[in-house]
Ligand binder design. Structure first.
Ligand code: SF4
Length: 306
């Protein structure tokens, strides 16, 4: 998309009182306009270091909630308040309450891709990068893990001595868990035989089993930097390819499936992004009592992941 130069200049001006954060799956125009592009937790931590009254978070609901939770003195705005992650919506707080009643001896570990009400009921949060480490570090032998059944499988594969129960038992990412298939792996391996295959742990177990490396999005950036390989097949949402191509212009990146587009992430259009930078009306509001509890489960994660 060719952008109007006057609008680009205006965006730079509007950023004077606003830090702009873009998730890796956002459209290229928003990634280019951002101060930081990365994964949800990394972005919230970056925001804490910048002294500006507003945060524009281009991502989905649970990410903006994290930003609001970790930056209570700042106002968080988003391009579209309706950008709700379907996977996060699969784990309402009442499902955790019920699972806790059924398994009182279990620790509740939740993936960062959950809504704030659910996080407030967790013992500890995790990311796809540190999930194995967190589960291993807990003293409990029984773990309730949610909301992604595929990430649960990935953790269980590496932590055999604990009982890990998926909550809910059908939670998944619509993009990673439904689009990528074993056929995609066979086809792209044939097309690019020299390429390393990097797969996100939200993909189906059968697809994960075929990977060279299972990686979170930030681990994909690290792998592309550290590896001597010059080509990579990327098994995650296609927005990630733009980030990788921008950072490593001498390497080649191929999508595992070019249809892997998260519709919710792409609700954030350039027009909505600019409008909200101007008007700052889409304010993310969280209940401070819930946020206080949710902050504790995140702090526990930070303690256990060092
Ligand atoms: S890619 Fe999956 S987990 Fe991420 S926002 Fe989209 S549906 Fe949710």
């Amino acid at each position: 998309m060719v952008l109007d130069k006057a609008v680009l200049k205006e965006v730079q001006k509007l950023k004077k009182d606003c830090i702009v954060l873009s998730h890796n799956y956002q459209i290229p125009e928003i990634q280019d306009a951002a101060d930081f592009t990365g994964d949800s937790l990394g972005l919230c931590i970056e925001a804490q270091k910048v002294d500006k009254p507003y945060i524009m978070f281009a991502g989905v609901d649970f990410m903006a909630e994290s930003a609001a939770m970790l930056n209570p003195e700042k106002t968080v705005i988003v391009p579209d308040l309706e950008a709700h992650c379907p996977m996060a919506a699969m784990l309402p707080a009442k499902t955790i309450e019920k699972a806790r009643e059924e398994h009182p001896d279990a620790a509740v570990v939740l993936y960062i891709n959950t809504r704030i009400e659910a996080r407030a009921l967790a013992d500890v949060m995790c990311t796809s990068a540190n999930a194995i480490k967190i589960v291993k570090a807990l003293p409990e032998k029984k773990i309730l893990f949610g909301p992604d059944i595929n990430l649960t499988w990935h953790v269980h594969r590496h932590v055999k001595d604990k009982e890990i129960i998926a909550v809910p038992d059908t939670g998944h990412c619509i993009t990673h868990g439904r689009i990528f298939s074993e056929e995609d792996v066979k086809r792209t391996r044939k097309e690019h035989p020299e390429a390393e295959l990097l797969i996100h742990p939200e993909c189906l177990p059968a697809v994960q089993m075929m990977a060279d490396y299972i990686c979170s999005t930030e681990q994909m950036v690290k792998r592309a930097r550290d590896s001597s390989a010059e080509e990579f097949i990327i098994g995650t949402e296609v927005g990630m390819l733009y980030r990788l191509e921008r950072e490593f212009p001498d390497k080649k990146f191929y999508p595992l499936n070019e249809k892997a587009v998260c519709r919710t992430m792409k609700m954030n259009t350039w027009e909505k992004f600019v409008t909200q930078l101007r008007e700052k009306k889409n304010v993310v509001r969280i209940d401070e009592r819930i946020a206080e509890k949710a902050r504790k489960s995140l702090e526990r994660m930070l303690e256990l992941s060092v």
